[in-house]
Design a protein around this ligand. Sequence first.
Ligand code: F6P
Length: 359
Amino acid sequence: MAKFRKIGVLSSGGDAPGMNAAIRSVTRKALQSGIEVMGIRGGYEGLLNGDLVKLDTHAVSQIITHGGTVLYSSRSPRFKTPEGMNLALKTCEDNEIDAIVAIGGDGTFRGATDLTNHGIPSIGIPGTIDNDITATEYTIGFDTAMNTVLGMIDALRETCESHNRCNVIEVMGRDCGMIALYSGISTGALAIAIPEIPFDEKYAIEKLIAARMQGKRGLIAVTSEGMKPVEGGKNYSEYFVEQIESISGIETRFARCGHIIRGGAPTIRDRVMATEMGYEAVNELLAGKSNEVICYIDGKIKPVDINYALILDRMYKNKLVDGDLDKFTADDIAKMRETCSHRSAMIRHMYQMAMDISF
Ligand code: F6P
């Protein structure tokens, strides 16, 4: 069993509801194992600046109920530079931090692997509303964000119903359409536009017209912010609103959910998942493991090597560069391909199902 005296915990990148539950779990599990815990404020930027706070059991009391992150967050370009890394290592040395648990998305994991390579064993926990990390079927915050979107779209449908209107709702998710897809399915949207699937705009508008002709008053279309802009750089969702109005004559309004879906009290799913992932992260450190991301696969919490997770992600997003696969065995590569095609097939299936039953 590896012996650590003190570990650091940080949250980095876009905040996500449930990050606090993970911080609490990491802290309590470490304390219970005789390890001191330092909270690093403001992500990797806080590590560079030595912005630390000692976490005892009371410091994390009740934070499980709150969205956001009590440790604050940032994106830190400085951390990627050699000078930034030196400052981070100095903070660890000065404060006797032996290991780090970093909660966030792929950028956060790149930071964790860099730290591991520089002698600070680090473990990542997936925390992002986007659910866009290929190695894990779930990222902390996704469920809460979707439930927030759900409430907003249900409310918009009521006003659409009263006014005989259509509403196009754009949701976050960066290049990943998961939030749009799931919230579209769960609100009975007639049209869903996500970057992963070619969007048949003509068919979508025909469907809106057909629904209206059969007496449907409240019409909902959900779009992902990751849709490519149209010629001239116009945002796709706003363009789609214009297309609906000009082709169908249906009065259409636009709503962008924006950052509001990043906040709010985490759902049970996010609290429990974050608690399990935090607990497992400390267990892995205690078992002498590092450079792992704690994933959720086939209903189980499973650690995955960070390098594997990052390259798998690049494979899924068609961003592999020469040499990326060199360090992996043929078996690893086959497994990566299988994961990618499984994820694509799942998204295609969900999308098809949504379209088949939307009207
Ligand atoms: O990654 C989470 C996320 O909320 C994305 O859905 C979105 O594209 C991005 O972060 C927004 O980033 P920022 O908070 O920097 O505006």
